[in-house]
Design a protein around this ligand. Structure first.
Ligand code: GLN
Length: 493
């Protein structure tokens, strides 16, 4: 097989070719390794922070047959740098491997490399990484989205067949949307968080970034399951099947007025016109395939999701990040005269501006006297959002929205305006707050505001807890109906 043919294979197709003997796992790995190495820190798209020298995993006999896997930096991988995009963990080599990674390598996946990300997964553009921004393969002057931007860019550019990411408020789905690939945030608890460097533990969830819906299902099949090392992990109630639905007959999709009414909140930018057009075209396609679309359904508390998220996530982060004190991991500031000075100097030198902002916000929201006004109230809003979705799922199989309000924006465009940056997460924060699964698939291209070549738009479907099989089937039928032209097939971007 030629390099172009090898790179043209999805992960599922590559596993099949290896199983039938028409492709060797070693050749597949080497093809990707050489490509990934050209995009390691400081080179090309800057999407890898580390690339393996040789294949690992169980090899060709296992179900994933030696298919290379890119892994977001924040998953601990034994004796391999795991820095969560932060200076404070520079050079940190964990003594163990995260369960999610271990499950995939035990099923035959081979660790290809670690991918660049926003520091501690805080961001929507991948510009908060201590290792430099990742570039969007569709247009290198634009962001790939975040925080799993390295994973998304690597898959979209054909530098990895698929990648593992994490989603706390949208970090799998939003970069998938901006890079024109598929991303799934699973039901909270279905994938073990053991060995994931924590951001906000009640929201964090690992999941696939893939070229197509079938690959996402294949990866999730091997990721799920109860892990005794993560008390919040659950036994998934059914096996994950590879999707096969061709139509959407009998599927009821609700489109919430609060989320697509054209405004993303007071004083904010709305949804870009091109995104709305592509979203509406996808809804029409769904209708042609047999789905019943109900416009203007209500999720009354959804407009408050962003505010609740940006209290709760920083609150949890401020607590989780207390462990980075210069004593146990990574960086330790030199020359301090006492312990307190060593702590403060290490954290001063080791954390970037966004991480410091979140720690301050979170510490404030949790401080005595303010706890009820901020953290307590945000928790109550979270409960209301979960109830809104619960009520909606009594009438609908899934809720449809765009994944992000705009296409990929230029590097630097929102860096000085945290509010503008946070508004990217308008459509994605609801699912983690409610603990429910949501998938993003590419639904077309749109011209960016201000003109320029067209860029991918994401279509999001959110479903009730453990509805992943139904979401995959709907997304699969829609993916075929839309016929989005994948970026990696037309040679290397
Ligand atoms: N963009 C959101 C944030 O900055 C979500 C990040 C994530 O999902 N990890 O918090």
């Amino acid at each position: 097989m030629s390099d172009a043919e090898i790179i043209g294979l999805s992960a599922a197709e590559a596993a099949r070719e290896i199983a039938t003997g028409s492709l060797s796992a070693g050749e597949l790995f080497e093809t990707y390794r050489a490509r990934a190495a050209a995009h390691i820190a400081g080179e090309g798209l800057n999407c890898f922070t580390w690339v393996a020298e040789e294949a690992s995993g169980e090899g060709a006999a296992a179900p994933l047959g030696g298919v290379p896997l890119a892994v977001k930096d924040l998953f601990c991988t034994e004796s391999v740098p795991s820095q969560s995009g932060s200076r404070i963990l520079e050079g940190y080599l964990p003594p163990y491997t995260a369960t999610a990674v271990l499950r995939l390598t035990s099923a035959g996946a081979s660790l290809l490399g670690k991918t660049n990300q926003d520091e501690f997964a805080m961001g929507s553009s991948n510009e908060n990484s201590a290792y430099g921004p990742v570039l969007n393969p569709w247009n290198r002057e634009r962001v790939p989205g975040g925080s799993s931007g390295g994973s998304a860019a690597a898959v979209a550019a054909g530098l990895a067949p698929w990648a593992l990411g994490t989603d706390t408020g949208g970090s799998i789905r939003q970069p998938a949307a901006l890079c024109g690939i598929v991303g799934l945030k699973p039901t909270y608890g279905s994938v073990s968080r053991y060995g994931m460097i924590a951001f906000a533990s009640s929201l964090d969830q690992a999941g696939p970034l893939t070229r197509d819906v079938t690959d996402a299902a294949l990866m999730l099949r091997h990721l799920i399951g109860r892990d005794e090392r993560d008390a919040t992990s659950l036994a998934f109630p059914e096996e994950i099947a590879l999707p096969s639905a061709e139509r959407l007959d009998g599927i009821r999709l609700g489109v919430p007025e609060e989320l697509t009414g054209g405004s993303t909140g007071e004083g904010s930018e709305g949804i870009e016109a091109g995104v709305l057009d592509a979203f509406r075209a996808a809804l029409r396609r769904a209708e042609e395939l047999g789905a019943e679309i109900v416009q203007s359904i209500h999720l009354p508390h959804a407009p408050h999701a962003l505010a609740a998220y940006y209290v709760l996530a920083p609150a949890e982060a401020s607590s989780n990040l207390a462990r980075f004190d210069g004593v146990r991991y990574g960086l330790r500031a030199a020359g301090a005269s006492d312990l307190l000075e060593m702590y403060t100097q290490t954290r001063h030198d080791g954390f970037g501006a966004e991480v410091k902002r979140r720690i301050m916000l979170g510490t404030f929201a949790l401080s005595s006297g303010y706890y009820d006004a901020y953290y307590g109230r945000a928790q109550r809003v979270r409960t209301m959002i979960a109830r809104d979705f619960g009520a909606a799922f009594e009438r609908f199989d899934a809720i449809a929205t765009p994944t992000a309000p705009g296409v990929a924006f230029p590097l630097g465009a929102k860096l000085d305006d945290p509010m503008a940056m946070y508004l990217n997460d308008y459509f994605t924060v609801t699912a983690p707050l409610a603990g429910i699964p949501a998938i993003s698939i590419p639904c077309g291209l749109a011209e960016p505001v201000g003109g320029g070549p067209e860029l991918p738009v994401g279509f999001q479907l959110a479903g009730p807890p453990f509805s992943e099989n139904r979401l995959f089937d709907a997304a699969f039928a829609l993916e075929r109906g839309i016929g989005f032209a994948p970026s990696w097939r037309g040679a290397a971007r």
